[in-house]
Ligand binder design. Structure first.
Ligand SMILES: [Zn+2]
Length: 455
């Protein structure tokens, strides 16, 4: 395949020939051979890597009716009706993010009206309550009802595990999110879920082999994990999930680091709060850190911790989009003295701490261009600027997504002869695209030289 008339690393008017999944040749007016894609002068850049995502969570959300941003009862009804129209009668519909300001307290009778021919369950925004319609309840025979279930109203309090064990719903499909992520120019994904076991990993591997998830996959896990012989996924760091309400003691933490070392894997620690980061720095201070060890999120990093991160050689994998999507809440709820410490970026880079970017989707937008814009402007949805000094230049913001999956925060991958043909063609030269970065600028995405999006 040949990509015609593209801009490569600032040089316009080049052709790029791909062969065997790699870049074989770069130069002006290469001889015709095989398929061609007309670049129209657009930049050809390395494919983006989302260094921290939760694929099953994103697939479940993509397969659900999302009500968080619904504006009225009419909109709730319309969204559920659209989901019903897209499914055969009797199928499950999952709706998320309901709150009473939309249409008051939901009941079984109300849900029967909204979805008379489907099994409907609606989750309250707090996550503590499901409301089910009659068809959904009919499929859950009485006999072992939990205390939180009120069949009359259809309400089920804190009953997730009970419900999941009794539903015969199919796991959500991965192909829609594979397509969506490819349309953003993402060619590599690191799933950061601590719950990934051999069975979950095999489902992701199967989705990759079938092309449903065309991106290269790296999987974290809490326990042991083996890579398959065909490299359908790579094994990433051991994930350590800290809970601010019940931090593990240092010995427990150290034993998890020791397990990771025994498996030959780095460690990635979930650190949203200052307390989580303090425990993490203490643990690595005792056990020693190795290249590839990571702090996930870095939600609150005090000035003193910046030097400690640098001293230990830890990488920070941040989520710039949280500034946009949660910035207004942070401004209202986070102690003003702590606000300069939120999701640092520029100050970490200046101190020599490697930084990579990611989405943490479904907890923030999966679109990396939303993150790129937020890394540049540090602006919330409500228009508030948080940590203006942490803003980075557009080219730096993009490069946060261009490191190898195995080396987030390391050197950006390059469009060069011999490199893997994981590539994104933009609709304009890079300087123009970065002046207004957006997913709509992605025209074509290739993984190993195969089309994953566009053409
Ligand atoms: Zn996460």
């Amino acid at each position: 395949m040949i990509l015609r008339d593209v801009e490569v690393e600032g040089r316009p008017g080049l052709d790029v020939r791909l062969e065997g999944g790699r870049i074989a040749e770069i130069g002006p007016r290469l001889a015709a051979r095989g398929d061609e894609i007309e670049g129209g002068g657009g930049a050809l850049i390395p494919g983006l890597c989302d260094h921290h995502i939760h694929l099953f969570g994103l697939a479940a959300r993509a397969d659900s009716v999302v009500l968080d941003d619904a504006a009225s009862a009419g909109e709730v009804a319309a969204r559920i009706a659209a989901a019903a129209a897209a499914r055969p009668p009797g199928a499950w519909i999952r709706a998320l993010g309901y709150h009473e300001t939309l249409a008051g307290e939901l009941t079984r009778a109300e849900l029967d009206r909204l979805a008379p021919h489907h099994r409907l369950r609606v989750q309250h925004q707090t996550g503590a309550l499901w409301v089910l319609n009659s068809l959904a309840l009919d499929g859950l025979p009485p006999g072992d009802d939990p205390a939180g279930l009120e069949r009359e109203t259809g309400r089920l309090w804190r009953g997730d595990a009970w419900l999941r064990a009794r539903m015969d719903a199919q796991p959500p499909p991965l192909a829609p999110i594979g397509r969506q992520l490819a349309s953003y120019g993402i060619t590599a994904l690191t799933d950061a879920s601590v719950t990934t076991d051999a069975e979950a990993a095999e489902r992701l591997a199967a989705a990759h082999r079938s092309g449903a998830l065309p991106q290269r996959l790296t999987l974290m896990s809490g326990g042991a994990l083996e890579a398959p012989a065909d490299h359908a996924f790579a094994v990433g760091p051991v994930k350590v999930l800290l809970d601010d309400h019940a931090l593990p003691d240092l010995d427990d933490f150290l034993s998890r680091i020791a397990s990771a070392r025994a498996w030959g894997r780095p460690v990635a620690v979930h650190c949203v709060t200052a307390a989580e980061l303090a425990l993490t720095l203490a643990a690595f201070g005792t056990a020693g850190a190795r290249p590839g060890d990571r702090v996930e999120h870095g939600g609150v990093i005090g000035a003193a911790a910046v030097g400690e991160l640098k001293g230990l050689g830890l990488t920070v994998v941040t989520q710039p989009a949280f500034i946009r999507e949660r910035g207004d809440r942070y401004a209202a709820q986070v102690d003003p003295a702590e606000q300069p410490d939120l999701y640092r970026c520029a100050s970490l880079l200046a101190a020599g701490v490697p930084v990579a970017a990611s989405s943490d989707a479904p907890y923030a937008s999966a679109d990396p261009w939303v993150g790129i814009r937020a890394a540049i402007d540090r602006t919330s949805i409500g228009g508030r600027v948080l940590g203006a000094g942490e803003a980075v230049e557009a080219a730096t913001a993009l490069s946060l997504y261009l490191g190898e999956a195995a080396d987030p925060g390391g050197a950006a991958r390059r469009v060069a002869v011999g490199a893997a043909a994981d590539l994104v063609l933009l609709d304009a030269p890079l300087s123009e695209a970065l002046a207004q970065p957006a997913a709509e600028r992605v025209r074509t995405t290739l993984v190993s030289g195969a089309l994953a999006y566009g053409g």
